[in-house]
Design a binder for this molecule. Structure first.
Ligand code: AMP
Ligand code: GLY
Length: 427
């Protein structure tokens, strides 16, 4: 017990929350984070290696006798980090490159869903600018949904009712990528289901709901996520059962039979219709950010044990337990986020002792932060998030908003309506 050495790859809010939970584990002796942020610096050793410098990461793991690598973002997985770690017999939580293509290529994900029979929106591939108008006509009943077939850091999807905007996006995508997907618009409500999976079994974590638009009332541009809460009541028992039988089980059957099965977390982005039928909007091959920040605190079972078992195909031997509580997080973003975030400003007012996560408490998840001369500096678009856990969702919202109101960042902005849809509906 307590002797394991763990490397977390990445440096955002998701990785800080992974480090907080792993730091809490009696199984973890030494925790590293590459490259980490100002938050991980106080609980892990930050290692100055880029998440996409695969050979440097593998070299560090060998030299430091790492027992488990937990990969936060998708890019290292698409660049074969898991494949390389398997070659040198180091357990890795995160799938091999071939399976990371479920996120790396929207077209590949569509092909797998079609093969496996998973419900998702219909689509058309466009590779000729001469066919744009006729194709837009085919999908003109609702807003147009256009998806690039590359990893585009959250900027690869356009949902718009503006025909000229859709045409411009499609033309640019065909010119740069050779092709683009035009997808049927799915009306409904979104939810995120994180499923820890390996060759032996899967565990569905409590479903959550992200707030993707930049401003209150779901207005403004799409972002990586401005806040989230967990569990999401939109995923009722009946919806949950449908998600498992129509999506998770068929995906598990497919992924567990491969030579190297899926070992990691499959993020199922759902659109739930008014009649309670779930469709897949996207798969990601990693924890969501900020969903991770409010899902991990609800897991009662030791996180190291879960991730380590999943990296070794031993998940089916585990019983994973959860707290019956609610968690909510609010993202503080830099001025100009998401288009042109201003970096380099000082973040003030973060209380001390923010490394303890408990019921009826709040804490800070650092994201784009770094330390300079003992000050915390904003170093990215999403700077940090304030999270809380409570017996009720409104209790968690009050705690998290009380905390974010103590923190100052010039030009910083956050949404004031995280969880609002549920909270208002209840009032
Ligand atoms: P994605 O990166 O595929 O998750 O898309 C980003 C966001 O665009 C999603 O979170 C949805 O809000 C929206 N979106 C994507 N695909 C669709 C669709 N087929 N119908 C409606 N909205 C969509
Ligand atoms: N919050 C959405 C994502 O992580 O992709």
């Amino acid at each position: 017990m307590g002797a394991h050495k763990v490397l977390v790859v990445g440096g955002g809010g998701r990785e800080h929350s992974l480090c907080l939970a792993l730091n809490d584990s009696v199984m973890v002796g030494q925790l590293y984070c590459a490259p980490g942020n100002a938050g991980t610096a106080s609980i892990a050793s930050n290692i100055d290696i880029s998440p996409t410098d695969i050979e440097a990461l593998v070299g560090f793991c060998i030299k430091s006798h790492i027992d488990l690598v937990v990969v936060g973002p998708e890019a290292p997985l698409c660049k074969s980090l898991a494949d390389r770690l398997i070659e040198v017999s180091i357990p890795c939580f995160g799938p091999v490159a071939e399976l990371a293509e479920l996120e790396g290529s929207k077209l590949h994900a569509k092909q797998v869903m079609s093969e496996v029979g998973v419900p998702t929106a219909g689509f058309k591939i466009l590779n000729n600018t001469a066919h744009i108008d006729s194709s837009l006509d085919l999908f003109s009943e609702y807003p147009w949904v256009v998806k690039r077939d590359v990893l585009a850091g959250g900027k690869g999807v356009l949902v718009t009712s503006d025909r000229s905007e859709a045409k411009e996006f499609i033309t640019n995508a065909i010119q740069t990528d050779g092709k683009v997907l035009l997808e049927e618009f799915l009306p409904g409500q979104e939810a995120s289901m994180l499923v820890v999976m390996d060759g032996s079994g899967f565990v569905c974590l409590p479903p959550s709901q992200d707030h993707k638009r930049a401003y209150d009332g779901d207005l403004g541009p799409n972002t990586g996520g401005m806040g989230a809460y967990c569990p999401a009541p939109i995923v009722t028992k009946s919806v949950h059962q449908k998600v498992i039988s129509r999506i998770v089980k068929p995906m598990f059957e497919y992924l567990s039979k491969l030579t190297i099965p899926y070992r990691g977390v499959l993020y199922v982005g759902l659109m739930i219709t008014d009649s309670g039928d779930p469709n897949v909007v996207e798969f990601n091959v990693r924890f969501g950010d900020p969903e991770c920040q409010i899902t991990l605190p609800l897991i009662k079972t030791d996180l190291f044990t879960i991730l380590h078992c999943a990296s070794l195909d031993k998940l089916s031997s585990l019983v994973v337990e959860f707290y019956h509580a609610h968690a909510l997080t609010i993202v503080l973003a830099s001025e100009g986020y998401p288009s042109q975030p201003v970096k380099g400003r000082i973040v003030e007012g973060i209380p001390d002792n923010m490394d303890v996560i408990a019921l009826e408490s709040s804490w800070v998840n650092h994201a784009g932060t770094k330390l300079a001369e003992n000050k915390i500096i904003a170093n990215g678009g999403r700077v940090l998030s304030c999270s809380a856990m409570s017996k009720t969702l409104s209790g968690a919202a009050t705690l998290a908003y009380d905390l974010i109101n103590t923190i100052t960042l010039e030009g910083g902005h956050f949404r004031t309506d995280i969880g609002g849809q549920i909270l208002n509906a209840k009032r």
